[in-house]
Design a protein around this ligand. Structure first.
Ligand SMILES: [Zn+2]
Length: 401
């Protein structure tokens, strides 16, 4: 009986807390979307674009599948970002600072700077929606995924959306968005320090290196010089790995949070022991090697190798090779859009065996498969940039920077 009374008091207390909160949070909007009229929660009408306030009453942002979605035109037209439509509006081409993103009606795939990225929009395809009260119809897209592809910083805070350059209010509590639909979030979610508050966890803010922490990183472009590595019908592994690493280097060069040693930046061949020594002698925190796979013409997919027997060898903040490998595998999978071959335990590889810090070796895809070969050749710049961002996100999540 006593327990029953306790339960009732608790219930009353909870009701008291919920009812007034609900009365304030009017945040619903009725939208005809996917052919069904429905009330969606998470309504937001205030958007800051590059610090400029915009009110979008006729077509507010709302929540679907745990992420904020909104109208492309309402949010991006007549602002710093540009949208063009083709095919009677069924194809939207967004541009921002040299980035180009193409979205198609009903599709979750996108094209970023000419490279197709499968399911980049998570569960939410670009679709038209009609707002019941205003009659406004717009193309609805998941905002975080779109901003991420265009490298526009994105944040939801205090009931407003901030896109691009932000002039955030001084208060600190960051609104949680829930799932982002992107699988790399495992390495990205922990970034909420003051230094990163003005950017999303996915875009790295060069101007704000945090608290003098620096990661010593060794990046290894596989093979080189006399050693071509795997050879495809048109390209050689050594050239693709170098192109990826040089693309990543452009970003690391601007980021003072990293001190990076490269095993090679030209078509040279450092020996395997040169490579492991470079890392060991410079007390590197992380070692990442980039390779391209080869087998039969039907073999496909991305895999990352690590050395299971060295898991006891942890680096700064207890980081181990498997965690590093998993974070890189998640990110590279998204980058390539190839099949997930998972992590592979390899104890016998020199660079994974002789290095003394957390280490992994990424095999982007198969040069022996002509489709993957040409996709990889066309995507080395993107892979490099994505690799840089993945490493930065991992370092941040592990408290290394
Ligand atoms: Zn190789």
């Amino acid at each position: 009986m006593k327990r029953l009374i306790k339960v009732w008091i608790l219930l009353l207390l909870v009701m008291c807390m919920i009812v007034p909160a609900r009365a304030h949070a009017a945040g619903k909007v009725k939208v005809k979307y996917h052919g069904v009229s429905k009330n969606y929660s998470g309504k937001i009408t205030t958007v800051y674009i590059n610090g400029k306030k915009k009110t979008i009453r006729s077509g507010p942002v709302f929540k679907k599948d745990g992420t904020y979605v909104g109208s492309l035109s309402h949010l991006l037209v007549n602002s710093a970002f540009k949208v063009k439509y083709k095919n009677s509006g069924k194809k939207a081409i967004l541009t921002y600072k040299g980035k180009k993103l193409t979205l198609v009606d009903g599709s979750r795939n996108v094209v970023v700077n000419g490279v197709k990225e499968k399911k980049a929009l998570g569960t939410i395809a670009m679709r038209a929606a009609r707002y019941t009260s205003s009659g406004y119809t717009g193309w609805i897209v998941p905002l975080k995924s779109v901003c991420k592809r265009l490298r526009i910083s994105y944040q939801v805070k205090s009931g407003a959306i901030y896109l691009g350059k932000t002039a955030l209010p001084a208060s600190t509590s960051k609104t949680k968005e829930g799932s982002d639909n992107t699988k790399t979030s495992a390495v990205n979610t922990k970034t909420s320090s003051a230094a990163s508050a003005v950017t999303t966890s996915n875009s790295v803010d060069f101007s704000k290196p945090s608290a003098n922490k620096q990661v010593i990183l060794v990046l290894d472009a596989g093979h080189g010089g006399v050693d071509s590595g795997a050879v495809g019908s048109k390209y050689k592994e050594k050239n693709l790995t170098l192109a990826i690493i040089l693309a990543a280097k452009q970003y690391f060069d601007k980021d003072t949070r990293f001190k990076v040693y490269y095993t090679r930046t030209t078509d040279a061949y450092p020996s395997l022991s040169d490579r492991s020594k470079l890392a060991n002698n410079n007390n590197a925190d992380l070692f990442i090697s980039v390779h391209i796979n080869s087998a039969s013409s039907s073999a496909t997919g991305t895999e990352t190798l690590y050395n299971n027997s060295r898991l006891g060898t942890t680096g700064k903040n207890g980081v181990n090779s498997k965690e590093l490998a998993q974070a890189m595998q998640n990110a590279v999978l998204k980058s390539t859009g190839f099949r997930d071959r998972g992590l592979v335990n390899r104890t016998g590889l020199w660079v994974l065996n002789k290095t003394t810090m957390p280490a992994c070796l990424i095999e982007y895809g198969f040069i022996s498969n002509s489709k993957e070969e040409s996709l990889m050749y066309a995507s080395t710049s993107k892979y490099g940039k994505d690799l840089y961002e993945a490493i930065a996100a991992f370092a941040k999540a592990k408290g290394l920077i």
